[in-house]
Write a protein that binds this ligand. Sequence first.
Ligand code: APR
Ligand code: PHB
Length: 389
Amino acid sequence: MRTQVVIIGGGPSGLLLGQLLHGIGVDAIVLERKTRDYVLSRIRAGVLERGTVGLLEQAGVDARLKAQGMPHDGTLIASDMGSFRVDFTEHTGTTVMVYGQTEVTRDLYDAREACGAQTIFDVANVTIEGADTDTPAVHFEVDGKPHTIACDYIAGCDGFHGVSRKSIPEEKRREFEKVYPFGWLGVLSETPPVDDELIYANSERGFALCSMRNANLSRYYVQCSMADNVDNWSDQDFWTELKRRLPQDVSAKLVTGPTIEKSIAPLRSFVTEPMRWGQLFLCGDAAHIVPPTGAKGLNTAASDVHYLFEGFKSWYGSQDSAGLDTYSQRALARVWKAERFSWWFSSLMHRFPDQSDFDLRMQQSELEFLRTNDAAQKAFAENYVGLPY
Ligand code: APR
Ligand code: PHB
């Protein structure tokens, strides 16, 4: 087999890149380790930056998003010192769109199938050959049968645990990591959201977040120990703890019910540099991870896709390699800004096991500054809705 771009990974990054490339007549094959249903079973954050919405429009997959997505022009931030709202539209003139990542991925798969673009599922033993040559190729197996695709370029969109990043020689890579000393216990419940907007809470018992997927599907999180186990938490335990971490007026109106999903996720900040090696380009979680606090995972993957797609468009359109040659530098410049915001917001909103009294005062002062200072709220809003590409 031969194609112009092999995309390893059929998650949001790979699918969005594939859809944009299809739109300009560049042939790409997506290789996905799992099945479509497995990929769509993943529960992920659902806050889309304006730039991400724009890319989905450019890819022609925004119909359901526009019909079912919920524009949010602000968020609530609560602490033991009181609650306040940051108005996105007042400070940035724009909103974010609340629309589940699962739905984004579903829309992308539907569009890919509708246009007849090739996706190969259940691939195994994917290896990359000759990424640093002019004749790169990707080898893989399906049902034990070996296959090879020769290509011009490889997009490594295979997430944190994929093969792409590790295909770059260790001596060529520099990795940066911070593992947070806690996790998030998250639940989905078929109940109406407690508020029209998201609520981020820093309480003496730890962080909590009230989010949503639609008018009758709510998503809630509480900070927990990484030593914790989801089996330790009955639904009642979860609701009781969530209520203890929220302001009383919010807890009083919380509609509880059976959870339909319950899981614990670790929090990590991670970046690998560079994001290119020869004809291999890393994109999305393959190159970087953020703690979910700022909802930057999907959105930073989207900005990578933007830079990489623009690079391919210039190369295949006019043999101009400038976009591809500067991809890593341009993508990383925005990645690090998203890492900073995600780290800052996580540090602001969580209680750390080794937190000193002074550390707590610093957290409280930062929250008070955010509550009372217009420039601080503008900076928060600009980061939350998405910095420019
Ligand atoms: N071969 C083929 N596919 C692979 C391989 C492999 N060796 N390893 C992993 N994959 C697939 C995974 O099954 C997954 O479907 O690559 C895909 C990677 O998707 P994500 O992990 O979702 O990463 P990405 O597409 O970059 O999306 C980033 O999604 O995971 C969230 O928090 C993340 O919001 C962020 C966004
Ligand atoms: C979610 O809805 O899952 C969500 C929303 C906002 C976040 C993190 C997760 O910051």
